[in-house]
Design a protein around this ligand. Structure first.
Ligand SMILES: [Zn+2]
Ligand SMILES: [Zn+2]
Length: 390
């Protein structure tokens, strides 16, 4: 402690109490560990705090002026600033007047708060996800307590102002420190910071202002949703404490697997299997539409459509049918349907069928085919594998 205490605070030897206080205030703001935690700064903060402790006390200052630091330097007081249990906010409050009702006070906390959002899951069919559906849901959330209208007080009674804090919700605590008195505000214990006390809590809700209830809700799911899409219903979630405004309800969609169509984004996929003869000669098949799932008895939606298999179609060929997939959300363009054609080789031939096929092979010069070997042509299984690895 060789350094001069006046120099440490940057004040003249004859500085008055106010000047010393201002100088310390300026330094404390720069050096406080909450602001500037590096060890060197903390060390300086301790020194500066010590200087202020001595120079702000007329007796200690006089003793220091008479011949140095008569109070044992740093050791005795156990480290200022750091270990004394005062936060930066406390110190600043002490300087800048964190008095009740002025600036520092936050006032009572409200009994009424917004409720939480709620989430429920809803499984729907693929066609419902594609074209939209309206469903009845059973929802279980907190609702406003009817007995007390949400204020938590038994009918005929009312919340009353807390006598301890007079409605402020907080009370001042005074700590003595080297800076003088430090005044801090703490939440009031008897009213738990609310500023009011419910002398006779409502029996229905035990003073919470809300009760659990199960109700039915009609939800309109728009077309184009997919697994994981959340439909938001404002104000249908949990009512808050004290009958506070309800949060939102989110309905999370889960789309059930379809027996024919596999969905990837807005594209639908399906597979048709045709006999070898049809693949060779060509044919027209009827395929079901996705809309067919929604069709009622008298509905006019298209339930089937023609799929043309061209003569000579190879196994594994994809046909892309524009606009027969899933509609996008918000009227975005409808996706495609991709139909993979698989050619089935006849088995269990009777004598006559075998005779005909041998004759055909002879005419086509295919009695002893060499086969064609290549490394690049994709087998059906290769295509399927690719599809699964998408
Ligand atoms: Zn109630
Ligand atoms: Zn109180």
């Amino acid at each position: 402690m060789s350094q001069d205490l006046y120099e440490m605070l940057g004040v003249a030897r004859d500085a008055d109490a106010d000047t010393i206080k201002k100088a310390y205030r300026r330094l404390a703001r720069q050096l406080h560990p909450d602001v500037n935690p590096d060890p060197e700064t903390q060390e300086r903060f301790k020194e500066v705090s010590h200087a202020y402790e001595v120079l702000s006390d007329p007796q200690k200052r006089a003793a220091y002026d008479r011949g140095g630091d008569a109070f044992g330097g740093m050791g005795g007081a156990g480290g200022f600033g750091q270990g004394a249990g005062f936060s930066f906010t406390d110190i600043m409050d002490a300087f800048f007047g964190g008095n009740a009702g002025q600036g520092g006070g936050r006032g009572p906390r409200p009994r009424t708060r917004r409720g939480q959002d709620a989430l429920i899951r809803l499984e729907i069919e693929l066609a419902e996800a594609a074209f939209g559906v309206t469903r009845e849901l059973k929802v279980d959330t907190a609702v406003v307590c009817e007995a007390c209208q949400g204020d938590g007080a038994a009918p005929g009674s009312k919340p009353v102002t807390c006598e301890t804090c007079h409605g402020a919700g907080e009370v001042a605590h005074i700590q003595r420190s080297f800076l003088g008195e430090i005044r801090t505000l703490r939440p009031c214990a008897p009213c738990r910071g609310f500023g009011t006390i419910i002398p006779e809590p409502c029996r229905e809700c035990a003073g919470d202002g809300r009760v659990r209830s199960r109700r039915s809700l009609t939800v309109k799911i728009p077309g184009g949703v997919d697994t994981g899409t959340r439909v938001q219903l404002s104000g249908q979630g949990e009512v808050g404490p004290g009958g506070g405004p309800a949060g939102d309800l989110f309905v999370e969609i889960q789309v059930a697997p379809h027996e024919t169509f596999v969905r990837r984004g807005n594209t639908l996929h399906c597979t048709v299997t045709v006999p070898m003869t049809a693949a060779a000669l060509g044919t027209t098949l009827q395929l079901p539409t996705l809309e067919a799932d929604l069709a009622g008895e008298e509905s006019e939606v298209e339930t089937e459509f023609d799929l043309e298999i061209k003569p000579g179609t190879q196994s594994g060929t994809d046909q892309v049918l524009r606009g027969r997939g899933v509609p996008g959300l918000r009227q975005a363009a409808r996706g495609d349907l991709v139909v993979t054609v698989i050619v089935e080789t006849p088995s269990k031939l009777d004598a006559r069928q075998e005779e005909l096929l041998r004759e055909l092979a002879a005419i086509r010069g295919e009695e002893a085919p060499t086969g064609s070997v290549s490394g690049t042509s994709k087998s059906v299984f290769g295509r399927l594998r690719d599809a699964f690895n998408h």
